[in-house]
Design a protein around this ligand. Structure first.
Ligand SMILES: Cc1cc2nc3c(=O)[nH]c(=O)nc-3n(C[C@H](O)[C@H](O)[C@H](O)COP(=O)(O)OP(=O)(O)OC[C@H]3O[C@@H](n4cnc5c(N)ncnc54)[C@H](O)[C@@H]3O)c2cc1C
Length: 209
């Protein structure tokens, strides 16, 4: 699925050992040569990296990403939608019946994971098989086993505490004549412009002061 970019998907990141939801979000993501990326994945990464015992959990395959490819539809609604498509394509092979529902790159993967033979005629697919297909599309599981290296990071958390900076001037409260701006300060936001805004605003104030 490398290069496949998805809009309007819902993701949940769970610690499956504790059955705990660590993060969920809705928006854009993409599949890359290494795994997954895109805005909602970057945001989830920021939460995940702070999760207790994360390295151990990742090594033990306890952290899973669940993608809902059709968040606007409930299980029942998606089942009905698939039924409608199946009715239209009833004499086709299963592998040729998902074109209206899914992006091209996703189809072979879903067909493979559905455990329904790709050559099965659509009118022979059982209700049980269809239910599994719906489950796969609403709860697509990806095992998360690591982060990308710091060199590829978009923003770094941590830095000079805001408690030690005068926000009106950006001057250090500890060292007179020393001013801070941008990444060096312990503030960080989600991807989408917040970090540039932090850099510009604090830079402007520090420069003027
Ligand atoms: C790939 C990528 C994508 C990003 N996308 C977004 C985004 O979409 N939205 C968003 O809000 N933020 C984004 N960011 C984050 C944003 O770019 C940074 O938060 C912001 O640029 C920080 O500004 P800064 O001036 O504090 O630091 P920097 O932009 O890192 O500037 C620091 C400068 O200091 C120079 N320098 C370092 N050491 C020395 C030295 N010893 N002497 C002289 N110069 C030195 C460096 O060369 C650099 O030019 C992205 C970052 C990356 C890496």
């Amino acid at each position: 699925m490398q290069g496949l970019s998805l809009k309007n998907v819902k993701i949940s990141i769970k610690d499956v050992e504790k059955n705990k939801l660590i993060y969920d979000d809705f928006g854009e993501m993409l599949f890359t040569h290494f795994g997954v990326s895109g805005p909602i994945i970057l945001s989830s990464s920021a939460h995940l990296i702070r999760y207790k015992e994360i390295t151990k959990k990742l090594n033990e395959n306890k952290i899973r990403l669940y993608i809902d490819f059709k968040p606007a539809l409930s299980f029942e609604e998606l089942d009905k939608r698939i039924l409608r498509d199946f009715e239209e394509f009833k004499n086709k092979d299963f592998k040729n019946s998902l074109e209206k529902l899914l992006p091209q790159k996703l189809i072979p993967v879903i067909v493979d994971l559905s455990k329904i033979s790709q050559y099965k005629k659509v009118n022979e697919i059982t209700k049980e098989e269809r239910k599994n297909l719906v489950e796969l599309l609403k709860n697509f599981e990806v095992i998360i086993n690591g982060f990308r290296p710091i060199e590829e990071a978009i923003v770094t958390a941590g830095g000079v505490s805001t408690k030690e900076i005068n926000p009106k001037t950006m001057e250090s409260k500890l060292v007179k004549g020393l001013y801070f701006a941008g990444e060096i300060i312990d503030v960080d936001g989600y991807t989408g412009g917040f970090n540039l805004q932090i850099a510009y605003s604090t830079g402007f104030v520090a420069g003027n002061s």
